[in-house]
Write a protein that binds this ligand. Structure first.
Ligand code: NDP
Ligand code: ZN
Length: 352
């Protein structure tokens, strides 16, 4: 049973909403339980997933939907089991619930994103049947177990995009050995990709490269600490970089990515991890280079709760700064258009 409370947000009513047709109106949040918090949302980052969902790109979305899963806000109400205090500043990412039961293999092994009962922050339902609503809104209601205290050193607009964009690359970097002695490549320098460069550096990778469709972002990636940029529109780029990388994390979100060539620039034994989620299957893939060089290819979804805390602490201690442009939440429909046109450098953040 949804609550009778009314929150105000920017609601997508159909697939046309992605064209900047969100409607400011009220919605009924989940029923409030002893484990929940209400937050007054100050900031929400704009992730490419918001657009995939608004346009029903990954399958038919359950409208009405409130997207946004890079949420920062202050606690205004708390259930009696909640450790946070009223006024605490917390962040909520792309997952807002998992079972956390002692007999759940995933939840007891720092794999909450793959818990069979996981709930995403929007276009999803809680086990009770209540709908989960995201952060393009003035208020939000979430289980406190998936809200994270934001370190004082991190301004809200800097922390917001880390809640999804940051953790989605931090987790596979951490789990696949990014660190001293390792050469790491990041495919696609958008919101997730720019965090890939920043966090690979912060984790102590020997060398970090941007793998981008052109050299247009070269000055930016060097300023982010990358050792260089590889442009995939230049003839011979794969041959020139053969056997260079221990690890590649790919944020590319279009099916026409040159996947076969990406695997050719890995060292023998190297790993390729895809986090970008194109709406269509990739056209063709050859196993040859994988088999002949013992290469692994895989995927990764979000990150564990302990990794989110670790990432936030690392960002605070190293002074990591997300590259953001802040817009008033009231301009969300304009900002959707800018995001669709690939104008983000590198994350748009909406502010109430
Ligand atoms: P952005 O739009 O900010 O960045 C995507 C980047 O991909 C672009 O900047 C571009 O980089 C690159 N790209 C675009 N088209 C191609 C292409 N044809 N070939 C190669 N590269 C391409 O998106 P986000 O960073 O916000 O999200 C990226 C993807 O990750 C989305 O699909 C999103 O849904 C998904 N995602 C996945 C999560 C997970 O848990 N696995 C969580 C969050 C998001 P350049 O210009 O440098 O080539
Ligand atoms: Zn996201």
């Amino acid at each position: 049973m949804p609550s009778t409370d009314k929150f105000t947000g920017w609601v997508g009513l159909d697939a046309e909403s992605v064209k900047g047709n969100l409607v400011k109106t009220t919605f009924s949040p989940k029923e409030f339980t002893d484990d929940d918090i209400d937050i007054k949302i100050s900031h929400c980052g704009m992730c490419a997933s918001d657009l995939h969902t608004l346009r029903s790109g990954w399958g038919v979305t359950n409208y009405p939907v409130v997207v946004g899963h890079e949420i920062i806000g202050t606690v205004t109400r708390k259930g009696k089991n909640v450790k946070y205090e009223i006024g605490d500043r917390v962040g909520v990412g792309a997952q807002c619930y998992s079972c956390l039961k002692p007999d759940c293999y995933d939840c007891t092994h720092d794999n909450e994103p793959t818990c069979p009962d996981r709930v995403f922050t929007y276009d999803a339902c809680y086990p009770s049947g209540d709908v989960a609503y995201g952060g393009y809104a003035e208020e939000g209601r979430y289980p406190a177990s998936f809200a994270f205290k934001i370190p004082e050193e991190l301004p809200s607009e800097i922390a917001a995009p880390m809640m999804c964009g940051g953790i989605t690359v931090y987790s596979p970097l951490r789990r696949n050995g990014c660190g001293p002695g390792k050469v790491v490549g990041i495919v696609g320098i958008g919101g997730l990709g720019h965090f890939g460069l920043l966090f690979a550096k912060a984790l102590g990778a020997e060398e970090v490269y941007a793998i981008s469709r052109s050299k247009a972002k070269e000055a930016d990636v060097l300023a982010m600490g990358a050792n260089g940029i590889i442009a995939t529109n230049e003839a011979g780029w794969a041959a020139k970089n053969s056997r260079k990388f221990d690890l590649i994390v790919s944020t590319a979100n279009s099916p026409d990515m040159p996947l076969n060539d990406y695997t050719k620039i890995l060292k023998p034994g190297g790993r390729f991890v895809q986090v970008g989620l194109p709406e269509e299957p990739i056209p063709q893939f050859y196993f040859g280079p994988l088999v002949q060089s013992n290469i692994s290819i895989g995927g990764s979804l979000l990150g564990a709760r302990c990794e989110i805390e670790e990432m936030l602490a690392l960002a605070a201690s190293q002074g990591i700064k997300s590259w953001v442009t802040v817009y008033p939440m009231s301009e969300v429909n304009t900002v959707l258009g800018l995001m669709e046109d690939n104008k983000a450098r590198y994350r748009f953040v909406l502010e109430n």
